[in-house]
Design a binder for this molecule. Structure first.
Ligand SMILES: *Cc1c(COP(=O)(O)O)cnc(C)c1O
Length: 393
């Protein structure tokens, strides 16, 4: 079975580039150039150097002793929370800004929901001195004031999307419109393994550093590069894709993707895409998404802003359909409690997104000595208000 992208931009039945004709030249320029740029030795050298000196990689692979004794297995946490800016998203924005420079682009645009990807994008634009425009729904701008302030302080222009539901979907439309109007000088940085080909493949490549490092660290710590399980949360799916990447073709490694059930899979307030979704086209690629009978996208819900997305990337849809990876879901309540548990057993406050992956441990049965890697995609500082409200802190 082939789990990676083919020449046509597909993963089995999923992927492709479903874009308006006006966007074709932009996407085609990227498609024709991305592999040769990324595979270039000079690019790799610069990318790896920034990941080391600026982001702080390699991120540690930490054997969490007290979680391990609770769950009767060796629980390793891959510490993406220790990266500069507090999550895995910076791995991708560093890669894409270097690619944009090599394509001769002077201006960067991005869309953001909760603001995490916007901050990661504004950060690399400040680092490289490129103009940065972030599209964000008017409602999200109100809800996420600290991230808006960060983006502005970093020198970005934050443009409110005022149409429709005034959230992520509308911000994405505005960013697309901008890109159509500025095809020559502008690169559009997408923040997850979604969008038209080649974005899902490109973002997965940049995030694959997570599993590349994990394999080396497992050899040092356990003597083999093969864990029994790998777990990660899935919004669009970029930290999970990075965590799975170098294990996908090793059938002995069980891959577990954790989606957000929100208030419950059948509550009407959920982001459990594979549990409810059907095949369709979203944001430029064929995948699985939550939609009504007549194909309208259903508004997703999760306590964690990063998992509040109605679809998953096309490679995930393929891993789901072929059953190479198992897709499960965790409710808001389960995730928040796992966040508290991780904090009190390990002294690590996880992002609520990452806490979904930790919560799944409770539902599994391990054999003694099994090695389990959980991707700790981000830190919980940004989520303190939600934790405070829920636990009455
Ligand atoms: C954005 C985000 C996610 C979800 O995005 P993926 O593309 O699914 O990884 C998960 N965790 C954190 C900390 C995030 O900021």
């Amino acid at each position: 079975m082939e789990y990676f992208v083919n020449e046509k931009g597909y993963y089995g039945d999923f992927g492709g580039a479903y874009i308006p004709e006006m966007l074709y030249p932009n996407v085609e320029e990227l498609r024709q150039n991305y592999m040769s740029i990324i595979n270039d030795e000079g690019f790799q050298e610069e990318f790896k150097k920034l990941l080391k000196d600026y982001v702080g990689r390699p991120s540690p692979l930490y054997l969490a002793k007290r979680l391990s004794s609770k769950y009767h297995a060796n629980i390793f946490l891959k510490r993406e929370d220790l990266n500069h800016t507090g999550a895995h998203k910076i791995n991708n924005t560093i890669g894409q800004i270097l690619l944009a420079e090599r394509l001769g682009k002077k201006r960067i645009i991005a869309e953001t929901g909760a603001g995490q990807h916007g901050v990661a994008t504004a950060t690399v634009c400040a680092l490289r001195g490129l103009e940065c425009v972030i599209y964000m729904g008017e409602i999200d701008i109100e809800r996420q004031a600290p991230n808006v302030a960060r983006m502005k302080m970093l020198g970005a222009t934050v443009v409110p999307a005022t149409s429709g539901s005034k959230t992520l979907k509308d911000a994405t439309n505005e960013a697309m419109r901008d890109w159509v109007n500025n095809p020559v000088d502008t690169h559009y940085i997408i923040g997850s393994v979604v969008g038209p080909h080649p974005y899902p493949d490109m973002v997965a490549l940049f995030q694959s550093i997570i599993s590349e490092e994990t394999k080396k660290q497992l050899i040092e710590q356990t003597g083999r590069d093969q864990p029994d399980y790998v777990l990660a949360c899935v919004g669009g799916g970029s930290n999970a894709m990075g965590m799975f990447y170098h294990f996908i073709n090793d059938a002995a490694v069980k891959l577990i993707a954790v989606e957000a059930a929100g208030k419950g899979v059948s509550s009407g307030y959920t982001a459990a895409t594979t549990a409810l979704g059907k095949e369709g086209v979203l944001h430029g690629s064929r995948s699985i998404l939550m939609q009504t009978e007549d194909g309208q996208v259903v508004e997703p819900f999760s306590v964690s802003a990063g998992l509040d997305y109605p679809g998953i990337g096309p490679q995930h849809a393929h891993l789901f359909k072929t059953t190479r990876a198992q897709y499960v879901s965790i409710t808001d309540e389960e995730a928040l409690n796992a966040g508290l548990l991780c904090t009190q057993l390990e002294g690590i406050i996880p992002a609520i997104e990452s806490a979904h992956a930790i919560a799944q441990l409770e539902k599994m049965e391990f054999k003694a000595g099994e090695n389990v890697v959980v991707c700790l995609s981000g830190r919980g500082d940004k989520d303190m208000e939600t934790y405070m409200k829920y636990f009455g802190l």
